[in-house]
Every structure is written in structure tokens, then in C-alpha cells.
Design a protein around this ligand. Sequence first.
Ligand code: SF4
Length: 339
Amino acid sequence: MIVSGYRVDVEEASRWIRANGIRRALLQAPPGLREPAIRLAEELSGHLECVFFDCGGCWGGCDLAVHRAKAIGADGIIHLGHAPFLEKAPIPTLYLECRRADPRPLLEMLDSLEEGIRDLGSLGLGMTVQWLDYVEAVREKLARHGLKIRVGDPSPPLRYAGQVLGCCYNPLLRLSDAVNGYLIVGSRFHGLGLALQTHKPVYSLDPELRRIYDSSSEAGRLLKSRYAYIGRFRAAGRIGVILSVKPGQYRLGLARRLVSLLRSRGKHAEVLVMDDVSLDRLRDSGFRGFVNTACPRLSIEDQMGFEDPILLPAEALVAIGEMRWEEVVRTSRYFSMEA
Ligand code: SF4
């Protein structure tokens, strides 16, 4: 069925329910997919004893509501809108992707690409999962405008050729020598994440808003403010290292290594355990500087309007002199969450 412009595969959901003997399911959906979630629950009512709607965070495929599902005795989770993320979910899980039913808003925009983009000659193309059905259509259309398109291969946690996540662009970054720039289809958010990790020009195309953004310029402005936060972090005495319990963001080894490094540099550092990272809770935590081992985009998107620095692990290493800013910025190390 098609709901709010998204294809929702009811058959796939009912097959999964039968195959896994699910009676009680927890249904997770991001805010933009609440209507498809409600319609799906109606369609599935004959197949299930009961469906519970999860009202916690649903930020990405990493954010699986395992703890809440277990608390209510659910047999499984139906997670809408994101591609499979975890290699092995701790509870039976169906990632139901809900791809865009109509390519026209996207394809029409390609006819009016500005000259600066067309002049690049070759582009690495990345897309959010909602638009992935149209990779070939976009490639063909851009070829008619004289652009050579390369698409990255799947590589965990990315499941599909051409897919990007706000935290992962590795296949595209590996194409760096073969392309002159990048085009990311999805949103401003998705293009910015790549632009922070490369010197090549990055443009983001948002078919919903019908806008194209120069993400590289935005990244340049943002990186200046990030460097200022690194300075504030150096001055902070007590540091909280944020550890999220979300299954796809849980990095205990990294958090502990950062605590021990920070202590060795004279900081008072502790691990702060959270589910959704709330700025109000950070403000009340008693710590005045933070390192974020959860979703890297929290440091970028949530920092504005928050007085204390919330650094990425790589930025924290720069702050304590383990790395130089030039070694990190506009490279894949910037979002690295390696322990
Ligand atoms: S870690 Fe962040 S950017 Fe990556 S999938 Fe999860 S919510 Fe999205």
C-alpha cells in the first residue's frame, strides 16, 4: 500500500510475522512515518494479538527499541523507515524500509542542476534509503547532462549500493580519487555529514523541499565553530564521556579508553550512560565538557544552543594533543568511532 507517498510492504510484514511466530509486536517509526505506522498496524491487526506503538526515539536503524520491547514482553520489533543496521538484532526485528513511491520530485530537479555541479564532470552519488530505488534513473539522467556517476558498494552498516547514512559514507570516500565531487540525495543533513569528511565539493539535493545545498560551504563555516569548542573543552575540568545504550550506538570500549586517556591528561573524566542523549540532562549532569561516543551527528546538530562542548572522539584527541586538527578535519577520521 502507499501511505503519505511511501510504499509500505504489508505482505512482507505479514510474511515475517508468520515466519517468526510473532504474537505481540512493538512498532517503531520516526515522526515522519507515524501515519504509515498507524495504517500498517490496522492492516496487521488480524495477524497479531496486539501491537504496541513505541513512543521513544527512532533516529535511525541503530536506534532499535530492544529494552522497551523486552519490558513489554514483545516477541519482535517492526522498525519502519530505516534499512537494516545491526548485524544481529537481540530480538526478532523486521526493518520495513518504506521507500518513496514517486521519483518525479527527484528526477525533475536534476534538469535544473546549476552549472557549478555539471562542470564537475564526475560525481559520487549517495542516497538515503527512501530514494534508493531510483539510483539507476538518476545515473541515466545525469549521464544525459554529461556527468559520469560512480556509486559506492555496500559495506556494513550500509546494506545497498549507493546508500548513505548520516554517520557513514565510507564507500563514497573510497571513490575519492575517481570523482571530482559528490551529490547526496536526501537532505541537507545527509550532505553535510559527507562534506565534513572530504575536501571535494559536496552538494545535497532535498527532493521534499525541492532545494539544493552547497554542503561544502556549510561544512567550512561549521568547522570553524567546532575548533572554538575544542578550545572550551581544554578549559573544562570535569568531562563526561557519553555512552548510549542504543544497540547500534553502544561503544563501551571506546568510552572507557577515552576516560583513561583523559584522566592521564589530568581531567576528571567519567562515563555517562544514557539512552536518548538529552541536552537538559547533560546540563544537569555536573560535567562541563562532553565526549560523544553515541551518534556522531549529536555533536554537530545538538551543539548549537548548548553552551558546553560536546566533542566527537577525534576532536577530543585533538583537544588533548593526541592528534592535530589538520589530520582529522575533512577526513574519514572525523566521524571515526574506533576504540
Ligand atoms: S548513528 Fe546517527 S546518523 Fe547513524 S544511523 Fe544512527 S541516528 Fe543515523
